[in-house]
Design a protein around this ligand. Structure first.
Ligand SMILES: *Cc1c(COP(=O)(O)O)cnc(C)c1O
Length: 366
C-alpha cells in the first residue's frame, strides 16, 4: 500500500455550518461585492487584531502589494530581497520600476540591512523587505536608512500576520505592510490581501485604486485596477477570524514536535526562535548544510514516501527564467547559498504529530 499523502499545506476551514450561516443573508441582500457590510466588519476585526486604525482589503495579496507601490508613488529603483516569493519582485517590475537586490542574513534569511546603504543611488526611492518565514526584518536599521535618504519602506508581511516584534505589531512598521490572505496562509479569505499604512490619506486612495480609480462620487480620479474583496471572501475571513488563536496554537504544537525531533542534529539548521518576536508558526524551514544528505536528496526521499516538502525559496527571484538575464545572482551570494540548501517541511494546523514523526524519521534515517 502506498503511504498516505502529506501535503505541504492544507487550508484551515471553519465548520461548514458557520460559513453557511454567515453567507445566508446574501440571498436576501444581494450585496455581493463593493465594500459591503461583511467587508466592513472584516476590516474592523482585522484592524483590532493587528492593532491599527485602518486596513485596506483587496482581492489578493499580490495586487495589494502592487497598489501599495503605486499609492506611495515609488519611482526608479527599489532595494529588495531575492529570497522571497516571486510576487515581491513582480510587484516592483509590474510598476515599471527597477528592483535592486540586496543580500540576506545567514541567521534569519531577512534582508541584510548593513548592506542596504551601499546600494542607494539618486534613483532609489523605496526599500521593500520581506519578513520571510515570519522572521522580522531589522526594522530599526531600515527605518534609520529610510529617514537618512528619504526613502519609503513597504514591507511584504505576507508571512507575518499577527506577529509582534519588541511588543509592536508588525502591521505598524514602515510606510505600509502587505498581508496575504491566500488559502495557504495562517489567516485566509480563500484569496485576499490587506495593507496597513501610516498615512491616513492612503485609505481613500486604496479604495479608489482597487475600484478602477473611482472616488465615492463615481468620478475617475486615478488609473486604477479592479482588486476588490467580495462579500463571499470576507465571509470566510469573518469565520476564520473566530478561530485564529486556535489555528496558531495548533501550528505551534506541530512546530514544537519538529523542533524536538530535529534540533541538535549535525548538518541540520532550524529557523532560530527569537525572544523579541511573537511567532505565528507559518513555516518550518530547514537548512541542510553538511548533513549526510543534501537538500535535493532529502526532498526526493520525502517525495518517495508521498511527503510534499518544498524548495521554498528556490530559485531566487533574481535567478528565475524571466529575470536571470537582467540580474546577477552572484551579487547575492548568501541568498544563493541559502536557496540551494533550504527546504520547508509540511505544516498546517491539522497535521498529526504522528505524521510529523514519520517525516522526521525519514530525514533522520536517510
Ligand atoms: C503569498 C505571498 C504573496 C502573494 O500573496 P497572494 O495573496 O497569494 O497574492 C506575496 N509575497 C509573499 C512572500 C507571499 O508568501
Amino acid at each position: 500500500m502506498k503511504d498516505k499523502i502529506i501535503p505541504l499545506v492544507k487550508p484551515s476551514m471553519p465548520p461548514y455550518s458557520e460559513y453557511i450561516n454567515e453567507i445566508k443573508d446574501l440571498w436576501d441582500t444581494r450585496y455581493l461585492t463593493h465594500t459591503g457590510p461583511k467587508h466592513n466588519r472584516l476590516e474592523k476585526a482585522l484592524s483590532n487584531y493587528l492593532n491599527v486604525d485602518k486596513i485596506a482589503l483587496f482581492t489578493n495579496g499580490h495586487l495589494a502589494l502592487e497598489l501599495s507601490i503605486l499609492a506611495l508613488e515609488v519611482k526608479g529603483e527599489v532595494i529588495t530581497t531575492p529570497f522571497t516569493f516571486i510576487s515581491t519582485t513582480h510587484a516592483i517590475v509590474r510598476n515599471g520600476l527597477d528592483p535592486v537586490f540586496c543580500d540576506i542574513k545567514k541567521d534569519d534569511y531577512t534582508i541584510d540591512a548593513s548592506k542596504i546603504e551601499e546600494l542607494v543611488t539618486e534613483k532609489t526611492s523605496a526599500i521593500l523587505p520581506v519578513h520571510v518565514y515570519g522572521n522580522i526584518c531589522d526594522y530599526k536599521e531600515i527605518e534609520r536608512i529610510a529617514k537618512k535618504y528619504n526613502l519609503k519602506v513597504i514591507y511584504d508581511a505576507a508571512h507575518a500576520f499577527g506577529e509582534t516584534v519588541d511588543g509592536i505589531n508588525v502591521s505598524n512598521l514602515g510606510d505600509a505592510s502587505m498581508f496575504s490572505f491566500h488559502a495557504t496562509k495562517v489567516f485566509h479569505t480563500v484569496e485576499g490581501g490587506g495593507v496597513t499604512f501610516k498615512d491616513d490619506n492612503l485609505y481613500n486612495k486604496f479604495g479608489s485604486l482597487r475600484q478602477f480609480g473611482m472616488n465615492q462620487k463615481h468620478e475617475i480620479i486615478d488609473i486604477g485596477t479592479n482588486a476588490k474583496m467580495t462579500e463571499i471572501h470576507a465571509a470566510m475571513g469573518l469565520c476564520n477570524m473566530k478561530h485564529i488563536d486556535d489555528e496558531i496554537k495548533k501550528r505551534k504544537k506541530v512546530v514544537e514536535r519538529y523542533r524536538e525531533r530535529l534540533s541538535d542534529i549535525k548538518g541540520i539548521k532550524l529557523n532560530e526562535e527569537k525572544e523579541n518576536i511573537k511567532n505565528n508558526y507559518a513555516y518550518f524551514p530547514v537548512l541542510f548544510d553538511g548533513y549526510k544528505a543534501n537538500r535535493d536528496e532529502v526532498f526526493e526521499e520525502l517525495k518517495k514516501s508521498n511527503i510534499m516538502a518544498r524548495k521554498y525559496f528556490f530559485p531566487l527571484t533574481n535567478n528565475i527564467e524571466c529575470y536571470k538575464d537582467r540580474f546577477d545572482v552572484n551579487k547575492t551570494p548568501i541568498a544563493k547559498y541559502v536557496a540551494d540548501r533550504i527546504l520547508t517541511l509540511p505544516l498546517y494546523a491539522d497535521l498529526e504529530l504522528s505524521d510529523v514523526d514519520r517525516i522526521c524519521d525519514i530525514i533522520i534515517n536517510i
